[in-house]
Write a protein that binds this ligand. Structure first.
Ligand code: SF4
Length: 112
C-alpha cells in the first residue's frame, strides 16, 4: 500500500494533501505517460467555495497517508496485477473539475 499525497484540492476526498479514501482507483489502461492516467475516485467538492463546510461534512473520516491503489495503468513499472507497488505516489491536478484532469504523477513507463 503506497504512501499517497494528492494535490487535488478540488476533490471532496482531499484533506491537507492526503486522501480520505482507504482505496482509490487510478485509470489509464493504455497510458504511456503520466498525463494519460487519472484518479477515477475523484469527486468534485460541492457546496460553494467553503472548504470548512466540506471538512465538517467529513467529520469522523480522517485522511491517512496510505491508500490502496487499484491501478489500471498496466504499462507502469510499479503495476503488478493491477495493484500499485510504488512506495509513494503523487496524484496531481490542482484545479481539476473532472477525473480526466487529474493524473498519477508517479507513473513510469515499464517499456524500455
Ligand atoms: S483526487 Fe483521488 S487521490 Fe486525490 S483526494 Fe480525490 S480521490 Fe483521493
Amino acid at each position: 500500500m503506497p504512501d499517497l499525497r494528492c494535490t487535488v484540492q478540488t476533490c471532496t476526498h482531499n484533506q491537507n494533501y492526503y486522501c480520505n479514501l482507504d482505496s482509490i482507483v487510478v485509470g489509464g489502461n493504455s497510458a504511456k505517460k503520466a498525463d494519460e492516467t487519472s484518479c477515477d475516485s475523484f469527486e468534485e467538492r460541492k457546496g460553494g467555495n467553503s472548504y470548512s463546510n466540506a471538512y465538517s461534512d467529513m467529520a469522523g473520516k480522517e485522511a491517512s497517508a496510505k491508500s490502496d491503489v487499484d491501478c489500471k495503468a498496466t504499462d507502469c513499472m510499479y503495476n503488478k496485477e493491477c495493484q500499485c507497488h510504488a512506495g509513494k505516489i503523487s496524484v496531481e491536478g490542482g484545479n481539476a473539475c473532472h477525473c480526466q484532469e487529474t493524473e498519477c504523477a508517479t507513473f513510469k513507463s515499464g517499456c524500455a
